[in-house]
Write a protein that binds this ligand. Sequence first.
Ligand code: 13P
Ligand code: SF4
Length: 305
Amino acid sequence: MQSQEKLAREIRSLAAERKAVILAHNYQRGEIQDVADFTGDSLGLSQAAASADAKVIVFCGVHFMAESAAILSPEKTVLLPRLDAGCPMADMITAEGLLKAREENPGVPVVTYVNSSAAVKAVSDICCTSANAVKVTKSTGAKKVFLAPDRNLAQWVAKNTEQEIIWWNGFCPSHERLTVEDVKKARAENPGAPFLAHPECRPEVVNLADEVFSTSGMIRWCKNSTAETVIIGTEEGILHQLKKDSPKKFFVLASQKLFCPNMKLTTLEDVLEALEKMENVVFVKEDVRVRAEKTLRKMIEAGRD
Ligand code: 13P
Ligand code: SF4
């Protein structure tokens, strides 16, 4: 077996040869985050995919993220080192299901979380991420808005806008596992430590939070905070960047259950193989791509909350 350092060197050299940029989500394994050109949250990675000066994008994340890159940069080759890295929440909604919901709610704009397929985006009005869901929803100017597919994100938005919010009944199984009891226990063990929650957590968990952020929002907040200990309510991969930024601070995962198996599939060997073979290319049918691109571009224009 090759050492991680040797694999990382080979990846960097082959990426340069192929004019490839490596993007990694904040939940990826530490060694994958370290080999990437850019790490970030879903919004940051979409922005990077749209503006990358490269021929190839190697997307270390899950399928919908690579698909968004392919939608935004059709002239580039987008590789997903593990084609089996999916998102169970994105699989909880189909374009047919959303079209039916639209029929049942005529005239109600649909804001769709990027954690969805290209086909679902293509039948939506605008996309959002956890970093701009409130801003995007307000930007519709509508009295009533339909949010899909995350019911927890929708309820977080409902708390932060005067608009009436209705939603699709999807959720992230990894964040859903975090309970009020887990947070209370973490707080009791770390008195005075702030608790940060991701809006994919259950509403009753979000209600306990001192701050609610996307993953990059949490990273920025922790870097600037004077708190010595912070309780983290999102997937454990984020700890890598948090510890790198603030080696003297203590980060407590609110529960060991905060783990996304799909985000952990990609290894350095997979990244090297994808670059060597130039396989695992993510394609989106052109008619779907064009419609989905409109919804993603509007999201990028909206910026962060
Ligand atoms: P963000 O990094 O955009 O907060 O996304 C969280 C997530 O669950 C991605 O799958
Ligand atoms: Fe999907 Fe949740 Fe995993 Fe993100 S953390 S990829 S929302 S299952």
